[in-house]
Design a binder for this molecule. Structure first.
Ligand code: NAP
Length: 264
């Protein structure tokens, strides 16, 4: 086991699929009860919740479009009613319009920033009172990505929003440290998920081949790779780590990367 999360309550946004689903299962495996969140993919959220229960833990499903502050409030009211506290919050949900900057319309940009940056502000504001209530250490895990440091095709909106997430990680870590809450960011490389395949469309096989060659560990990442790192950051083992961005990328950031090969 990567870490011991026995008797912890964890909330993972965007846990209806991909990395969030794997994180929910990994946290349950390590002993946490998990609040599973989805926006549209209800079936996926139920599959995640069943996986949590199969691991002997309690699951609560909450639906919320995180672009909407009222829906964020409602989700936290449900968490408060069901558990009365929160130990781990993983801000994982994301979506964007993949477009070149010259074709980007204000609403595309606003939606990406509302979902990824503004919702981080609002959810952390709601999570902290639940974390400080239990007298236990709190853990906040944000998720950024390769596109904050490296330029990827049509990725400017998401990359810049994730850059803001990394910066907020440091500001939250500074502000919440005195409350015994750590705040760290996971930065995945290329992870084989629905969204990676959707982003790359028919370029995915080329990217897979090029990324495998450019990755010292010689494979694409899997959701479980990121999930295990999330469990580690949530565990007592990471109790003196805060404000950091941890790359989970098999070392691809050490090379010049495969993306030029798939740029049109
Ligand atoms: N996959 C990669 O290669 C990669 C690389 C770097 C970073 N990341 C980051 O890792 C995280 C997870 O990525 P992933 O590939 O697992 O993503 P994914 O498979 O696309 O899943 C995205 C999740 O976000 C939720 N979501 C989307 N729009 C939402 C909204 N408006 N309100 C609330 N929830 C919403 C989705 O909910 P529904 O399905 O219910 O609609 C889904 O659960 C993201 O932050 C992503 O940027 C991924």
């Amino acid at each position: 086991m990567t870490g011991d999360l026995r008797d912890r309550v964890a909330f993972v946004t965007g846990s209806s699929r991909g990395i969030g689903q794997a994180a929910a299962w990994a946290m349950a495996e390590a002993g946490a009860d998990v609040i599973v969140h989805y926006n549209k993919f209800e079936e996926g959220a139920h599959a995640t919740a069943h996986g949590v229960e199969d691991r002997g833990r309690r699951a609560l499903i909450v639906q919320a479009n995180l672009e909407d502050p009222e829906q964020i409030d409602r989700a936290f009211i449900r968490i408060d009613e069901a558990f009365g506290r929160l130990d781990i919050y993983m801000a994982n949900a994301a979506a964007t319009a993949f477009k070149p900057g010259l074709e980007m319309r204000p609403h595309h940009y606003h939606r990406t920033f509302s979902l990824i940056v503004e919702s981080l502000l609002l959810t952390v504001q709601r999570a902290v009172p639940l974390m400080t209530r239990g007298g236990r250490p709190g853990r906040i895990i944000t998720v950024s990505g390769h596109g904050t440091t490296f330029t990827l095709p049509n990725y400017g909106s998401l990359g810049s929003a994730k850059g803001a997430v990394e910066t907020w990680t440091r500001y939250w870590a500074y502000e919440l440290g005195p409350m015994n809450i750590t705040v760290n960011c996971l930065s995945p490389g290329v992870i084989d998920t629905d969204s990676a395949r959707y982003y790359l469309q028919d370029r995915f096989p080329r990217l897979e081949e090029a990324a495998t060659r450019a990755t010292p560990l010689r494979r694409l990442g899997r959701p479980e790779d990121v999930a295990r790192a999330a469990v580690m950051l949530a565990s007592d083992a990471a109790g003196f780590i805060t404000g950091q961005v941890l790359r989970v990328d098999g070392g691809i950031s050490l090379t010049s990367g495969p993306f030029e090969e798939i740029r049109d």
